[in-house]
Design a protein around this ligand. Structure first.
Ligand SMILES: Cc1cc2nc3c(=O)[nH]c(=O)nc-3n(C[C@H](O)[C@H](O)[C@H](O)COP(=O)(O)O)c2cc1C
Ligand SMILES: [Fe+2]
Ligand SMILES: [Fe+2]
Length: 402
């Protein structure tokens, strides 16, 4: 990908990872991703962020198309996760910069990752700024958005916010800007990214957005470290982050399940009918067909989470346990749910799921539905009724929020 001048003397020098479908081992990224890095040509030539170690030569050629690497004076490391700092040892060797700026937590984390006490660290904190010559960089720590070391860099004269992982999307594209692609598609990717990475830190998101508003920062471009740069829809993405963080109720339920012999699947379909009868939207997702991160993407706009598994060796199916662990870690708020499943003799599955949902702070409609072996007409009617009850609970939440 050729470098792109995104503002006068500010270049995107990142790398497109066209073929990656597995993002950091926990989320799907069917459209690939990008690792964005930005080179500012000022009196002090400054590189903001970098790329994973396996892409270090791609970054080298990007920068080299503009300047020899040894011309770089400063490196700003907004986040030390290896997708943005993996190339640091290589870069330090090639550039021998005068200064490396990072947050205090970033300083510790760089030491933990690379064990190089002699790099010229300059830890900064919120409120600190540095001059590059014609422009000033203001730093803003964004702890736990989404790691302890995360920070933003704001280039005041350029009205440019380099936001690291925040506002990112996983997309490999020849385009660099939000207005060059379909906006609803980009917002879907943004939501998928948020609900798989940022969601547990939603209260931090709201606090950071409030801080940005309080500081009255003029922002006409947000340059994240993944995906496209926001220049025409800055307000849209800021508003979307407020909405994601708020987690207002939505008129939809997601039904997730696994099954061996389809009894639990029959139950899922009957539950869905009950949900629909109450005028609530529903999405059925078999966990062998849908990745847990895609379920979280769907749950972004759903208040109901109805989860099913046959009893398997006195417990639940591994994919259901996998999903529940994943969802619990992402801490979605304000959800209602229920459990269901078929069993052969002991039937622990439904209670196991109920307990798990409760641990994840989901309000559970009890007792759920257990079916011995294959559901008959009456049992399917019970499933429908469970769907209706969950739908009613969703509607009550929506009403309460109005
Ligand atoms: C390997 C295996 C282990 C099972 N373990 C249990 C169990 O511990 N307790 C139980 O009640 N049923 C158990 N069952 C029976 C299933 O729960 C039962 O067949 C159920 O109807 C399957 O639902 P499904 O059609 O949705 O797969 C087991 C079945 C298999 C194949
Ligand atoms: Fe990260
Ligand atoms: Fe990242």
């Amino acid at each position: 990908m050729p470098v792109v001048e995104i503002k006068k003397d500010i270049y995107w020098v990142g790398v497109v990872d066209w073929n990656i479908h597995d993002f950091h081992g926990y989320s799907r990224s069917p459209q690939g991703t990008t690792y964005n890095a930005y080179l500012v040509m000022d009196d002090k030539i400054t590189l903001f962020d970098s790329v994973p170690a396996p892409f270090q030569m791609d970054l080298y050629h990007q920068i080299r198309s503009l300047i020899p690497l040894e011309k770089i004076d400063y490196i700003v490391c907004n986040h030390i996760e290896p997708d943005h700092a993996g190339a640091m040892p290589f870069l330090m060797d090639k550039t021998k910069p005068e200064k490396v700026f990072c947050s205090k937590m970033g300083h510790r984390a760089l030491l933990d990752h690379f064990h190089q006490p002699d790099w010229p660290y300059h830890p900064v904190q919120s409120g600190d700024s540095i001059s590059l010559g014609k422009r000033t960089v203001h730093f803003m720590e964004t702890r736990m958005l989404h790691w302890p070391d995360s920070m933003f860099s704001y280039l005041a004269e350029d009205k440019l916010l380099i936001s690291n992982d925040a506002f990112g999307q996983n997309i490999a594209s020849s385009q660099r800007f939000d207005d060059e692609v379909d906006l609803p598609m980009l917002m879907d990717l943004s939501s998928h990214y948020y609900h798989n990475i940022v969601l547990p830190y939603s209260n931090r998101v709201t606090a950071v957005l409030n801080d940005v508003a309080k500081l009255g920062l003029e922002i006409d471009m947000i340059a994240p470290d993944h995906g496209l740069i926001w220049r025409s829809h800055v307000d849209t993405i800021l508003k979307a982050y407020r909405d994601y963080a708020e987690q207002r109720p939505h008129n939809k339920a997601v039904i997730v399940y696994d099954t061996m012999w389809q009894s639990t699947e029959k139950m899922a379909k009957a539950i869905a009918e009950g949900v629909m009868e109450e005028g609530v939207a529903v999405k059925i997702m078999h966990l062998k067909e849908y990745h847990h991160s895609d379920v979280m993407g769907e749950l972004a706009t759903a208040t109901g989470i109805i989860c099913g598994s046959p009893t398997h060796n006195n417990g639940i199916m591994p994919l259901v346990a996998n999903f529940l662990t994943y969802m619990q870690g992402l801490r979605p708020l304000g959800r209602v749910g229920a459990a269901f499943g078929s069993f052969g003799w002991s039937g622990e599955g439904v209670n196991t799921i109920s307990d798990w949902l409760k641990t994840a702070k989901v309000e559970v409609v009890e007792p759920g539905v257990k079916v011995k072996n294959v559901p008959n007409h009456e049992k399917l009617a019970e499933c429908k009724e469970l769907g209706r009850q969950v739908a009613k609970a969703i509607k009550a939440k929506i009403e309460a929020a109005q």
